[in-house]
Design a protein around this ligand. Structure first.
Ligand code: SF4
Length: 400
């Protein structure tokens, strides 16, 4: 454990202005005042110096046997699905290599919102901005639905929000994944209409005030999280793009799309660098097929087009929402995943759990920040006896 600086792996801001937390009483205590970092660190416990154990078909098992069984499973699987994919850049590279070896279909945990926004970027392009540019140049920040306090606790501090004008285009809370609040899209399109037509109407007071704020700003930024809007994200991204194009004719405006939780941006960009394709693709011996409407986990389960599921998650310890109990299922995640889902792993005789290290806690790594402008090095806080995704995958490939 060092007293040096540390970059935090627990949200997409990846703050790198922090002092490395101290190890005390076998727990890493967060020296920094962020509830999310504290909560993330509290999931780790380094008391055990013993060899790490996972689960193999309901029983606790040593890692070597888990690797052997997972390699056997992958060798016999005709159409494996790789999901979760909450990985840093090095982990992403390794998983992509394994996916190529076994012709896997790949999708990220946040594939719905990543794909919807990607469709808009492909069709309309984007004018993005960065955290440092927002901090130093923006004088107006417009949030869709809410400020990202919960998801990115230090956002306001990092962009110096208190020194700027801000506005929230309100939306109802989504109670489930299928919920779409169309009123947000209407409000964004109305803003576009009013800006384009240089008109204001007294019967739409709210937008009237917002239009005046935009007209009086010199650098306006839109900050939004596609995960809040599901399938609507594509249309919202299109409308935001049209607005910033309109504003940029005379002044400056940009968009910050928060799409990089759980390594979303790192995996998507690594895949693009290596294959020029996107998530929701399927490897085959000849090529990589990109079909976003077919290659989500939900759709693959509905169509029964896969015969095994591997779930990779370096940062968070959640399993998929979908019911995977009828398929051979391998979860690769932090040790806390094994504890959190011990009932599932004990009762589900199709399942394997392999504990792995988390970059920034017990492994080094590299991760892309939420604005896509910077790759942040993640330094480990402790040395413990646990596999990284990279060496786990190298052993899986050797055994196949
Ligand atoms: S805001 Fe995010 S990256 Fe920064 S300390 Fe908190 S959890 Fe970590």
């Amino acid at each position: 454990m060092s007293n040096s600086s540390w970059a935090c792996p627990f949200c997409a801001l990846h703050c790198d202005d922090l002092v490395a937390p101290k190890l005390n009483n076998e727990k890493v205590l967060n020296a920094n005042k962020c509830f999310k970092a504290s909560e993330g660190l509290s999931r780790f416990n380094f008391t055990s110096k013993e060899n790490k154990l996972g689960y193999l078909y309901g029983q606790k098992e040593i890692i070597q046997n888990l690797i052997t069984e997972t390699s056997k499973l992958l060798s016999s699987s005709q159409s494996p699905f790789f999901g979760g994919l909450g990985l840093d850049i090095l982990g992403s590279r390794s998983v992509i290599k394994l996916a190529k070896e076994c012709n896997a279909t790949i999708d990220h945990l946040h594939g719905d919102s990543i794909s919807a926004v990607l469709r808009s970027f492909q069709a309309k392009g984007t004018i993005f901005t960065t955290l440092s540019e927002i901090k130093s140049r923006a004088d107006l920040i417009i949030f869709l639905k809410s400020e990202p306090n919960k998801r990115l606790p230090r956002f306001a501090e990092l962009v110096n929000l208190s020194s700027k004008n801000s506005w929230v285009i309100e939306a109802k809370s989504a109670s489930d994944d299928s919920y779409c609040d169309f009123s947000v899209l209407e409000k964004v399109r109305l803003l576009l209409y009013l800006l384009k037509n240089k008109s204001s109407t007294s019967d739409i007071d709210c937008n009237h005030e917002l239009v005046n704020l935009v007209r009086n700003s010199s650098y306006c930024t839109f900050v939004w999280d596609p995960q809040e809007f599901g399938e609507l994200s594509e249309y919202i991204a299109n409308a935001l793009m049209a607005i910033v194009k309109e504003i940029n004719q005379k002044k400056r405006a940009g968009i910050l799309t928060l799409g990089s939780d759980n390594g979303g941006l790192s995996f998507q960009n690594t895949l693009s660098w290596v294959t020029a394709k996107s998530i929701r693709s399927k490897f085959s011996t000849k090529s990589l097929y990109y079909q976003p409407e077919l290659f989500s986990l939900k759709r693959c389960l509905e169509l029964k087009t896969i015969d095994s599921i591997l779930w990779f998650s370096s940062f968070c310890d959640n399993l998929p929402d979908e019911n995977v109990s009828n398929y051979p299922f391998v979860a690769v995640g932090p040790e806390s995943m094994g504890k959190k889902y011990s009932k599932f792993f004990k009762e589900n005789k199709n399942s394997i759990f392999i504990p792995i290290a988390t970059p920034g806690v017990n492994n080094n790594g590299y991760i892309m920040r939420c604005d896509g402008a910077v790759i942040i090095p993640l330094k480990k806080l402790v040395n413990d006896n646990i596999h990284t995704v990279e060496n786990l995958i190298s052993k899986l490939i050797d055994n196949m």
